[in-house]
Write a protein that binds this ligand. Structure first.
Ligand code: KIV
Length: 286
């Protein structure tokens, strides 16, 4: 039986140069299959806004939606380290509100850790959550919840000055108590500078070499069709497989080929005869 990894294991893996594999998951089946294949961490990301609900971004995602999906992932992957992603609005109205929402993730969905976006500006929030005894992963660089302010889903830290700001954010997040830092959409030089500046694991998406990589599951499966970021590697084309299955099923139903004999629940012959004996099967009038 798989043993659930802890933040200490992730620190050891970093020190021993062993890469950590992270992926998003939003449902029971995906989580179960991910656990069976030995995924190290699952993130119930607010990317579910796009991947599950068809929103144009992550901003509309609510705490209630995240909790429902995190519960399902927890049930599918009981022995995997699960991260609950704090959605937009769940940690913006002050420290108390942020802690209340963080606690909901722990109590209602049984997550092992939380993640939230931002650097220096979220230091008081991180400190409060960590002081309340919860584990937290920071998220710096391209932070999708602020994509409006960033001018879209654009790579960050591409000038020396901008790079310095991302590194400072990562350091601030670490100093506030984050046990790891996720860095998204920055040049590898920026990631390398972050890794030199913080002693905790640095995980990346579109950020080059790190202590581990994270990908959105619907991207690597080739399911999400709206757009494909440059940093995504597709390992399958499940959208095509879905289309083939849906078309074959529709075809069978329309031709009367499905259901076949093997899909039927048969009655005993005697029971079937009794049924046929009656003139009709309507209940007798009183
Ligand atoms: O919500 C998400 O999927 C994320 C990843 C982009 C890391 O935060």
């Amino acid at each position: 039986m798989k043993k659930k990894l802890t933040c200490f294991d992730f620190q050891t893996m970093k020190e021993e140069g062993r890469k950590v594999v992270l992926m998003t998951a939003y449902d029971y089946i995906t989580a179960k299959l991910a656990e069976e294949t030995g995924m190290d961490m699952l993130l119930v990301g607010d990317s579910l806004g796009m991947a599950v609900y068809g929103y144009p971004g992550t901003v509309p995602v609510t705490m209630d939606q995240c909790i429902v999906h995190a519960e399902a992932v927890r049930r599918g992957a009981p022995e995997t380290f699960v991260i609950g992603d704090m959605p937009f609005g769940s940690y913006h109205a002050g420290v108390e509100d942020a802690c209340r929402n963080a606690i909901r993730f722990y109590k209602e969905a049984g997550v092992d850790c939380l993640k939230l976006e931002g650097g220096k500006r979220v230091v008081p929030i991180i400190k409060a959550i960590v002081d309340d005894g919860m584990l937290l992963m920071g998220h710096v660089g391209l932070t999708p919840q602020s994509s409006g302010a960033l001018g879209g889903f654009r790579a960050q830290g591409r000038t020396a000055e901008a790079a310095k700001a991302v590194v400072e954010d990562a350091v601030a997040v670490y100093e506030a108590g984050a046990f790891s830092v996720l860095v998204e959409g920055v040049p590898p030089e920026v990631t390398a500078a972050i890794r030199r500046s913080v002693p905790v694991p640095v995980y990346g998406i579109g950020a080059g070499d790190c202590d581990g990589q994270i990908m959105v599951c619907s991207d690597i499966l080739g399911l999400f069709q709206a757009f494909t970021p440059k940093f995504v590697k597709r390992y399958g084309n499940l959208a095509e497989e879905y289309r083939k299955v849906f078309a074959a099923y529709s075809d069978d139903v329309r031709k009367g080929v499905f259901p076949g004999e093997e899909h039927l629940y048969r009655m005993d012959e005697g029971e079937a005869k009794k049924l046929l004996k009656g003139k009709n099967n309507r209940p007798a009038k009183k």
